[in-house]
Design a binder for this molecule. Structure first.
Ligand SMILES: Cc1ncc(COP(=O)(O)O)c(C=O)c1O
Length: 392
């Protein structure tokens, strides 16, 4: 049994920095073989020793050593009680939403990710769960939108694509005074730059297909919980839904995590220079970047995050410029998604937000000439030169 117990017991690494936790993980290496690269336990099931003795592993939908290493590493980084690694960011979002019961209500960020809105519109509503979209940067609007049956706030900060920043601490205070659970989608900043649980939130979700994985090669999600009770609830829900991340993808996510800190630094540094370039360009009407001193929530970002990340939205002067830009870019790729090492640009109105009513998009500022750029970690001069030639 000694060898098996080694997979279960791990050091919480409380005195170590995030960078070290990312590189070394929870166990960090295989306790049996000493393999530095944590093994991919590509197995569906596990042999029991006897009725009385088992290895703590039973079936890979429920528990798998490679996935467990990823889950523990994420729980360490987010200061959570436990994490669940899931087959997509949407699995993490819907698992969090599964807390809600019929006749309950939730508040959602007004420019929340389209897939989350679709889950609320197409699935939750059919189950008698209603929502109101609010601007979480306006605390009066948040307070006045709370109903007697409101049980959850679902926040994205910064939002996609308008880069609005919500005050997690203040919002959590408002929520907790009324017994409301706060869920933060932390996909854009990752635990390296923002730790929602330490700011008062109750749950954190991620699309690990983005910065956590970091290489545009996996679809994965993470849900981090704060308490034992939440962990027990979601373990049961997840056993039922069966959306656990596969061993190989868990390994890829673990491998991505090892370089998360230096990647985030590179994304941020490149993004601040790209934002500066865009701001000066005559064909760029407006730049939305949380690291810009003129951003309305700049001070809040400085207070609650340790970095600004790599996401920029910007508005061009005409549709003709947008069309030409998307045809002419060479290094930057016109593609959905974000957070990978490659720079990607998308046109929110026709791509990520195509299912959102036009009037809502207009109200939010998602105009036909708005583009969203996920700044990669290529050399910043090459990114800027590509933008320059595409905007000529
Ligand atoms: C902020 C945010 N949350 C959740 C998701 C869903 O993640 P996935 O595509 O991994 O299911 C996305 C995907 O774009 C996203 O941008």
């Amino acid at each position: 049994m000694k060898n098996f117990i080694n997979y279960i017991v791990y050091d919480k690494k409380e005195n170590l920095h995030d960078e070290t936790k990312m590189v070394r993980g929870a166990l960090g290496h295989d306790p049996l073989s000493g393999s530095i690269s944590f093994p991919i336990f590509q197995t569906a099931t596990y042999r029991h020793i006897s009725i009385k003795e088992n290895t703590s592993f039973n079936y890979s939908r429920i528990i798998n050593p490679t996935r467990l290493e990823l889950e523990r590493t994420m729980a360490l980084l987010d200061h959570g009680y436990q994490a669940f690694a899931l087959s997509s960011g949407m699995s993490a979002v819907t698992l969090a939403l599964s807390m809600l019961k019929p006749n309950e209500h939730l508040l959602l960020s007004d420019d929340v990710y389209g897939g989350t809105l679709r889950a609320c519109d197409e699935v939750l509503k059919n189950n008698g769960i209603n929502y109101t979209q609010v601007d979480f940067t306006n605390l009066d609007e948040v307070k006045s939108s709370i109903k007697d049956n409101t049980k959850m706030f679902f926040i994205e900060t910064p939002t996609n694509p308008m880069m609005k920043v919500a005050d997690i601490q203040k919002i959590s205070e408002i929520a907790h005074a009324k017994g409301i659970c706060v869920v933060v989608d932390n996909t854009f900043l990752t635990p390296y730059y923002q730790k929602p649980l330490l700011l008062g939130a109750d749950l954190v979700v991620y699309s690990a297909s983005k910065y956590l994985g970091g290489h545009n090669d996996i679809i994965a999600g993470i849900l981090v919980v704060k308490t034992k009770e939440q962990a027990e609830f979601f373990a049961l829900q997840n056993a039922v839904y069966g959306a656990s991340l596969a061993p190989h993808d868990s390994w890829l996510a673990l491998r991505g995590l090892k370089t998360l800190a230096i990647r985030m630094q590179a994304h941020s540094s490149n993004a601040s220079q790209v934002a500066e370039f865009l701001k000066q360009h005559p064909k760029v009407k407006k730049v939305y970047y949380v690291g810009d001193k003129s951003h309305p929530n700049y001070e809040l970002s400085q207070k609650q995050t340790t970095g600004f990340g790599g996401m920029i939205s910007f508005e061009l002067d005409s549709m003709a410029t947008v069309d030409k830009f998307l045809e002419r870019i060479k290094l930057i790729l016109f593609a959905e998604s974000l957070g990978g090492v490659e720079s990607l640009v998308t046109h929110p109105l026709s791509r990520t937000h195509s299912e959102i009513p036009k009037e809502t998009c207009e109200k939010l500022g998602i105009t036909p000439t708005l583009l969203r750029l996920s700044v990669g970690i290529e050399h910043v001069d090459d990114i800027i030169n590509d933008l320059k030639q595409a905007l000529e």
